[in-house]
Design a protein around this ligand. Structure first.
Ligand SMILES: Cc1ncc(COP(=O)(O)O)c(C=O)c1O
Length: 362
């Protein structure tokens, strides 16, 4: 049988060992006689699953003690509203939120935040067609913003911000790390809040991870639904309402798999090597094109185009025949895209590179 490699941007490939363990435990989790899906979230079995997941994630990202880890619902998009509803209250009715507009996802965040506060687009990559991060020297940051929002990995545009910028004193950085969390080492203490939908590097869709500093909790606007008030979520171990229990269980297995495989530092080394291999094949001649400035190319999401536009269907059919799946680009930008998250082995990237070379007649 052909080995399958799944390059979906999300929901995305999960480690095979994780899926095998979940399958083995599906009907009876560790002698409990229950599937994890059937357990009360308040029972000792699920509480132990939850606490292990929380503490493993804390260890993997070296999350300091003054940050809470929340497992919420609603995905990355709802955080575009949930975060302003929780954070702008600190600054009163005239609060401003700063944004750097680097692509599709930060664009969506800007639109949503404008419903809750004044928005200042401190810098925009629009002029470059979202192929680079505007130089920090050109960012016009507000001195007293409620926070600065960055999408540190633009999943559609393939642009990654690989640094935590300097910001005016007291302005927290909020980072949408949906598509590269756990793929590289980050200094959590440089951020006020990190969030991400799970369905790329963490687990199944339906879990949204929020890592938030203590002092940013407890300022929710009255309009904020109580189930999305960070104070309620943090004060109840993410169980103010029923959490996405099965998704948290799978995320926990992914965290264990990461720890077994050397943690985030080892993943980062693997991801550097995978990205190097793939970009080298795309850059070998002008048969393929990745438009992102090399310095800002994402290690996780690699959009690319064919010089000859009439060949997309043939490319995708040939890829599928070789077990290389879900390479179609996002509908808003067209072309092709390979997402090479933590769970994509280097063999999968090599198989794609072999096919890229074959299709280009090299
Ligand atoms: C960077 C980024 N932010 C936000 C989202 C939206 O996440 P969700 O679909 O979970 O709401 C996505 C989805 O792909 C994403 O890639």
């Amino acid at each position: 049988m052909t080995t399958i490699y799944n390059f979906s941007a999300g929901p995305a490939v999960l480690p095979k060992e994780v899926l095998q363990q979940a399958a083995a435990e599906m009907l009876d989790w560790q002698g409990s006689g229950m599937s994890v899906m059937e357990m009360s979230h308040r029972g000792p079995e699920f509480i132990s699953i939850y606490r292990a997941a929380e503490s493993d994630l804390r260890e993997l990202l070296a999350v300091p003690d003054n940050y809470r880890i929340l497992f919420m619902q609603g995905g990355g998009l709802s955080q575009n509203a949930v975060i302003p509803m929780n954070l702008v209250g600190r600054k009163g009715p005239d609060a401003t939120i700063d944004f750097v507009h680097t692509g599709s996802w930060s664009g969506k965040s800007i639109k949503e935040a404008a419903r809750y506060a004044k928005v200042n687009v401190a810098a925009s990559a629009e002029a470059s067609g979202y192929t680079a991060v505007p130089p920090q020297s050109e960012w016009r940051l507000s001195p007293d913003a409620a926070y600065l929002h960055l999408c540190t990995n633009e999943t559609i545009d393939g642009v990654e911000i690989d640094f935590a910028p300097d910001v005016p004193a007291g302005v927290p950085i909020v980072a949408d790390m949906s598509s590269h969390i756990l793929s590289r080492q980050v200094d959590v203490s440089r951020y006020g809040l990190i969030f991400g939908g799970a369905q790329k590097n963490i687990g199944p869709a339906g879990v949204t991870v929020v890592i938030v500093r203590d002092d940013l909790i407890g300022h929710a606007l009255p309009v904020c639904p109580s189930a999305f008030d960070f104070k309620n979520v943090a004060g109840n171990e993410s169980m103010y309402n029923t959490p996405p229990t099965y998704g948290i269980y799978i995320a926990g297995l992914v965290f264990q798999w990461l720890k077994k495989n050397g943690g985030v530092a080892a993943m980062e080394q693997r991801n550097i090597e995978k990205a190097r291999l793939l970009y080298a094949a795309l850059d070998a001649d002008d048969f393929y094109q990745n438009r992102v400035a090399p310095q800002y190319r994402s290690r996780m999401n690699v959009p690319f185009y064919l010089r000859d536009e009439s060949q997309y269907e043939a490319f995708l059919a040939g890829a599928k025949a070789r077990g290389l799946l879900q390479l179609k680009g996002h509908k808003s930008v067209g072309g092709l895209r390979a997402s090479i998250y933590n769970a994509m082995p280097i063999e999968g990237v090599q198989a794609l590179v072999d096919y890229l070379n074959e299709f280009a007649g090299r």
